[in-house]
Design a protein around this ligand. Structure first.
Ligand code: NAD
Length: 654
């Protein structure tokens, strides 16, 4: 267990809250301690209120904040006295609890406080750290978990039996502390849940966490349960269209499109192929804290329908047992283990799918280590359900999704101009987006989980096959494609067009789009909401100009290709529409030279040429991109084969 504390870095922190932020980020950076929003931390600071009175304020991590990136504003400040008073009640409903927490906040715009706020309030030390350390989870999730924990820590830690987080757990915790069991201990272990450390300084509390978790790691080492096998090579090529088929089935079960991602994990692949995978993977999560993202059980194999049926049966049994909880979640799996495909993860967004995948990779480590200790054991299914269907927790998931959430868009020619603007429009609408371009800059345009930039020449069939495979592996398929890449050669009379130039224009503007459509078709057909194609044509189709024969002919042929596609693919629910832009000047097509020669061919100055439309307005690349995105959205749900000019109005087109 690496101690990442750096006195020099810490000395730059001004005040205790800044130190709280620093130490929290150290914890958050270590994925063997906390993962994606897991864990929490707090500090108690005495402050003076508006009346001049001193109050002890508990700054506790806000719900949904990630320790790795938390800022001071990510902590919720609550009056400690009010919290301790609440703890004296016999019981509080979830709704009352949320309200009561809010009323104790000293800043109304603070994030909602962590559900574990009471535990932080009850621990009488200034700094408190809480993690779900893998090493402890591996030890706790065994037959004699509690006895092993006591063996490792003796009296150094208070061991609290598992209870549902929230008021129930706080009561159990409170009883122990008021009975004096918390005196003189270095930390608290919550069975099947995690560990708390505390201290009077941020450094002391952090150091203790590292030391305590290190002891668990050494225990596992001593028992020969620390080292993990090397794992297997992840699935061999190709996963398209098998993964898109899986995504379709999973999305159908969910009733909404989901991103499905094949994980590169060697351990995950080996785990999916284990002979006992149907036993060890079906016992439950390492801690209920993971259940919303991973669901209680992963799906084995690729039959999402049967998984959903079983999920509904489990829920019905749970609901009839009289235990409290909210409505059922969508019955689709979030983790899939398949002997051929390996480990896959699903989510409403690429980030959610990644989080589920990473959490499950850690779960595999926990399962393997617990198995090496003698056998993986988890909480009762009913205890997991209690958290899975818990209204308070699910509220985190019940956000309003963006219009393209769970969907995947591909944009060609995306490093510049209209294509680049399309990336923005589709990302903004919640899609996972794949950008293709000749320019290497495409790869690093964004660093975010819902973006994949691929340097490629769309005129190469091999490159396109590679793109389809990458789209299938990373996001699980393709729902929308924007055929945008295009070239506009120098203005030339027909009598002077070399055959090679004609061919080059046709290759990019026409032939490549046929190849893309042909290769994307199997994936578009599997799109949960029906595939969508938008092609970027040109005003030159309805209203050609002299000097642009190759360009105009290529775009006219592309238009005809799209019209036929709309007819052929309507039966598959795939919509095909076109935009015909004109004079979009914030793009790479419009070099000074092109602008000048085009203006000349109209007998106009460059400035007049730029305003040459009925509305006397300039059309930007984002105007075209927004139209392309809308054509893929609900507004165009019943439209196919349409051609929309985006040109500020052109009398020749009209
Ligand atoms: P742009 O030059 O800014 O962008 C085109 C992008 O396509 C570039 O990044 C380029 O690298 C890429 N590209 C070219 N060939 C490629 C290939 N073989 N493989 C992969 N990527 C390739 O130009 P833009 O104006 O944004 O053009 C986008 C589309 O809009 C084109 O089809 C163009 O014909 C059309 N269009 C533009 C205008 C306009 O006024 N800008 C008007 C009508 C139509």
């Amino acid at each position: 267990m690496e101690n990442r504390w750096d006195d020099r870095e810490a000395s730059a922190c001004e005040g205790e809250l800044a130190l709280r932020v620093y130490a929290s980020r150290l914890l958050g950076r270590d994925f063997s301690l906390v993962l994606h929003g897991g864990g929490n931390s707090s500090v108690k600071i005495t402050e003076r209120n508006l009346h001049g009175e001193e109050e002890e304020i508990l700054y506790v991590k806000g719900s949904g904040q990630d320790l790795a990136f938390i800022e001071e504003s990510g902590f919720a400040p609550l009056r400690q006295e009010g919290l301790l008073r609440l703890m004296r009640l016999d019981s509080v409903s979830d709704t009352d609890l949320v309200n009561a927490f809010r009323l104790q906040l000293t800043r109304p715009d603070a994030p909602p406080p962590s559900i574990e706020t009471f535990l932080h309030a009850l621990i009488p030390h200034r700094f408190v750290d809480h993690t779900h350390a893998d090493a402890l989870l591996a030890i706790m999730n065994t037959e004699n978990g509690e006895a092993r924990i006591r063996e490792i820590y003796g009296g150094r830690l208070l061991v609290v039996p598992y209870a549902k987080p929230g008021f129930t757990l706080a009561k159990v915790f409170s009883d122990q502390f008021t009975a004096g069991a918390g005196e003189g201990v270095d930390g608290v272990v919550l069975m099947n849940h995690g560990i708390f450390s505390f201290g009077e300084t941020a450094k002391a509390s952090y150091k203790k966490m590292i030391e305590l978790v290190g002891m668990a790691e050494r225990y596992l080492e001593a028992k020969g349960a620390w080292a993990l096998p090397e794992g297997d090579e992840p699935a061999a090529q190709p996963l398209a269209p098998r993964l898109p088929e899986l995504r379709k089935a999973v999305s159908d079960a969910a009733g909404i499109p989901l991103i499905v991602s094949a994980r590169k994990s060697r351990l995950g692949s080996a785990f999916a192929r284990r002979r006992d995978v149907s036993e060890v993977s079906q016992l439950g999560p390492a801690t209920p804290d993971h259940v919303l993202l991973t669901r209680r059980l992963p799906m084995l194999g690729l039959d999402a329908e049967s998984y959903a049926e079983a999920y509904k049966r489990d829920y019905a049994a749970y609901a009839s047992s009289g235990l409290e909880g909210g409505a059922m979640l969508d019955p689709a799996p979030r983790v899939v283990l398949d002997s051929e495909i390996g480990l896959c993860a699903a989510g409403k967004t690429a980030r959610e799918a990644d989080m589920a995948g990473e959490i499950y990779e850690h779960t595999i480590e926990v399962i393997l280590r617990a198995t090496a200790l003698g056998g993986y054991r988890t909480l009762q299914a009913s205890e997991i359900f209690e958290v899975e269907y818990w209204g308070l927790e699910r509220a985190k998931l019940d956000r309003k999704e963006k219009v393209f959430a769970g969907e995947i868009a591909l944009v060609t020619g995306a490093a510049s101009g209209i294509g680049r603007a399309c990336l923005e429009s589709f990302l903004e609408r919640g899609a996972a987006v794949i950008g293709l371009d000749l320019s290497p800059s495409i790869v690093s345009l964004y660093e975010r989980p819902d973006y994949l930039g691929i340097e490629c020449d769309v005129t190469s069939d091999d490159a396109i096959a590679g793109v389809i495979e990458k789209a299938a592996r990373r996001f699980g398929g393709l729902d929308m494609i924007v055929l945008n890449a295009g070239i506009f050669p120098e203005s030339r009379d027909i009598a002077r067009i070399p055959a090679a130039e004609w061919r080059a224009v046709m290759n990019v503007n026409l032939d490549a789009n046929l190849s893309l459509m042909r290769e994307c078709y199997p994936l578009l057909k599997l799109s949960p909401r029906g595939g969508r194609v938008v092609a970027v044509g040109s005003k030159n189709v309805p209203a050609p100009g002299p000097g642009a024969a190759a360009y105009s002919a290529s775009k006219a042929a592309l238009t005809q290709l799209m019209r036929v596609a709309a007819m052929e693919w309507g039966g598959d629910g795939i919509r095909v529409n076109m935009v015909h832009p004109n004079a979009v000047f914030d793009t790479g097509v419009w070099t000074e030279d092109v602008l000048k020669s085009r203006a000349e061919s109209y007998g106009l100055s460059v400035d007049d040429y730029k305003k040459l439309n009925l509305l006397n307005t300039d059309v930007g690349s984002s105007d075209v991109a927004e139209m392309a995105a809308e054509m893929c959205g609900p507004l165009f749900a019943k439209i196919t084969g349409a051609q929309v000019p985006i040109d500020g109005g052109n009398d020749r087109v009209i």
